[in-house]
Design a protein around this ligand. Structure first.
Ligand code: G4P
Length: 538
């Protein structure tokens, strides 16, 4: 029996769906664990602190992952959280943390995850400040208008000052931090937080190894002065300075992606973690309506619809299993319902619906907008596809992100050409890599384009294990891709350090050796089309 629109609206209003964007080692896994601890999903964090033990908890669906000790899969963790001031009897908030793969290499999947969330938490190491991968992910958030909450992590260790970090973020990415909480005690001497809105001091007490939730004591300004002396004065002066500069929280500019509420934290000591959860519940947007390809809004209480944002194949080597992750956009999902696949018009049964996090899988019976559900054996689904019931809807495709790595793929033995082609088409349709072709290079050895080189490894590994084809890759010396058009293609094709290809979706791409070459060509031939793709790094 499906729920009424009012019941769906209630479910939507208590949901928050977000991802953590960070550079490797900033503390994303530690923070995820700390959030789970605060939501009382786990009772102790110490046991899994540290990379060594944590690695064993992540998915090991591919040999490649095992060998490199990384997880290629992105999944979602759902937990309930009851905000501190919530009236008794209120239903808890439902938090969906959509995981971005936490390794050094990027893949398009990392970006696609961001199409499934309503907010992002930008996690920054206090000593390192903004790092390259955080910047790239931030660009995608900006492009998609995703509001960003900033967390400065590892405040228990020496690092920069709050104002240095705030300036760096403002200057380098044009996002104005509006701290909600400022640290009391310099980096390395983390005592507690000044709650800038209430003027209160929140004092934390360390627990052994940071394994438990850090007890909090709330003190008035006078009590804080007596307890913390100069540390408290320094924090209040910083706060006043920020207010004078207009850096107080403003909900409208936060939702518009211009300002970012900021929190100082130590994921390891569990300081500031509750404040992050409270901020998500209080300020992050609940799932909202989404425009379809014709610009009509599908509101959250409309009949069920969802967008597939990731397809994961080969998780189970025993049988070829393929999992498609969908983010629900509207209505109630009930396991077993037959939905329509908008791209083909075909019915799709949802008997095997699962929530997946790392190695854990559990059956999902009901889900609501903002939730992420994995559909098992979703052979026909590819990223960007729409599923719906009742009234037809199709959401815009997920943009393909600007590739930065290019390689020719060749089959080692010429005899398997047909299988080779079929395998490429399959991997292309799953969105594992972008496939480019042109007349000069011919069809036998297509050019693969990727956001991160790990995508190539996935291709060669799957070619071998799933299709039985040994392949090799030749790196191509291009670093940039620009969208061009048929009118410009001939002239561009005559330029040195540039080659034009057709991507399998029909888009013409000019691959360029480097940005200096690009600038030169743009200067010499200003009338030719060379447009940036969805900005990530460039
Ligand atoms: P990631 O997922 O973003 O890659 O980061 P992860 O949580 O694995 O954390 C990277 C390292 O930073 C870990 O240290 C972790 O313990 C440490 N770390 C995370 N948050 C904090 C924090 O708030 N304060 C401090 N001081 N350290 C933090 P490691 O050396 O790789 O492992 P281990 O020392 O835990 O064995």
């Amino acid at each position: 029996m499906s729920s009424s629109p009012d019941a769906v609206a209630r479910e939507v209003s208590r949901r928050r769906t977000f991802a953590i964007i960070s550079h490797p080692d900033a503390g994303k896994s530690t923070m995820t664990e700390a959030l789970a601890l605060h939501a009382r999903m786990i009772s102790e964090a110490g046991a899994v602190h540290g990379k060594g033990s944590r690695r064993s908890t992540v998915s090991d669906w591919m040999e490649m992952e095992k060998a490199r000790g990384i997880s290629v899969s992105s999944t979602a963790l759902q937990f309930n959280y009851t905000a501190a001031g919530a009236p008794d009897g209120d239903e808890p908030s439902v938090i969906n943390l959509v995981d971005t793969p936490g390794h050094a290499d990027f893949s398009e999947d990392t970006y696609r995850v961001l199409t499934a969330v309503d907010a992002a938490v930008m996690l920054i190491d206090a000593a390192k400040g903004l790092e390259p991968q955080t910047l790239k992910l931030f660009q995608v958030c900006r492009h998609r208008g995703i509001p960003v909450i900033t967390v400065i992590n590892k405040w228990d260790r020496p690092g920069q000052t709050p104002l240095e970090l705030i300036d760096e973020i403002s200057e380098r990415i044009g996002l104005t931090p509006t701290p909600l909480y400022l640290p009391v005690g310099i980096a390395g001497d983390f005592q507690g937080l000044l709650d800038r809105r209430s003027g209160e001091y929140i004092h934390f007490t360390r627990t052994a190894g940071g394994a438990k939730i850090a007890p909090e004591e709330h003190l008035s300004a006078d009590e804080a002065t007596a307890q913390q002396g100069d540390r408290w004065t320094a924090a209040t002066e910083e706060s006043e300075l920020l207010s004078e500069m207009g850096q107080d929280h403003d909900q409208e500019s936060f939702l518009a992606g211009q300002t970012s509420p900021m929190i100082f934290a130590s994921a390891m000591l569990n300081f500031g973690v509750r404040q992050l959860l409270e901020t998500l519940v209080e300020l992050a947007p609940a799932p909202a309506s989404r425009d379809d390809v014709d610009g009509h809004a599908r509101t959250v209480t409309d009949p069920f619809s969802a967008v597939v944002f990731k397809v994961q194949a080969g998780m189970d080597t025993a049988h070829r299993d393929r999992l498609a992750y969908m983010r629900i956009v509207s209505g109630e999902f009930e396991r077993g319902m037959v939905v329509t696949h908008a791209q083909t018009g075909k019915p799709f049964a949802t008997k095997y619906a699962q929530a997946v996090f790392g190695r854990d899988r559990s059956t999902v019976d009901t889900a609501y907008p903002g939730d992420v559900v994995g559909l098992v054996n979703a052979m026909a689904l590819t990223p960007g596809d729409t599923l719906y019931v009742d009234s037809k809807v199709q959401f815009p495709p997920i943009p393909s992100f600007a590739p930065e790595h290019f390689s020719i793929l060749r089959a080692d033995s010429a005899g398997k050409y047909k299988q080779f082609r079929k395998a490429i088409d399959q991997l292309d349709s799953e969105g594992v890599v972008q496939v480019l072709r042109n007349d000069i290079r011919g069809d036998a050895s297509p050019v693969l384009a990727a956001v991160g080189p790990m995508q190539f490894e996935v291709v060669t590994a799957r070619m071998k294990t799933e299709f039985g084809i040994d392949t090799s890759l030749d790196h191509l010396p291009y670093t940039l891709a620009r969208r061009t058009d048929a009118e410009s293609a001939d002239e561009l094709g005559r330029q040195r350090g540039l080659e034009v290809f057709t991507r399998s979706d029909g888009v013409l791409l000019a691959l360029v050796s480097d940005k200096w070459r690009l600038q030169y060509i743009q200067k010499e031939l200003p009338d030719l089309t060379l447009e940036p793709l969805v900005a990530t790094a460039d």
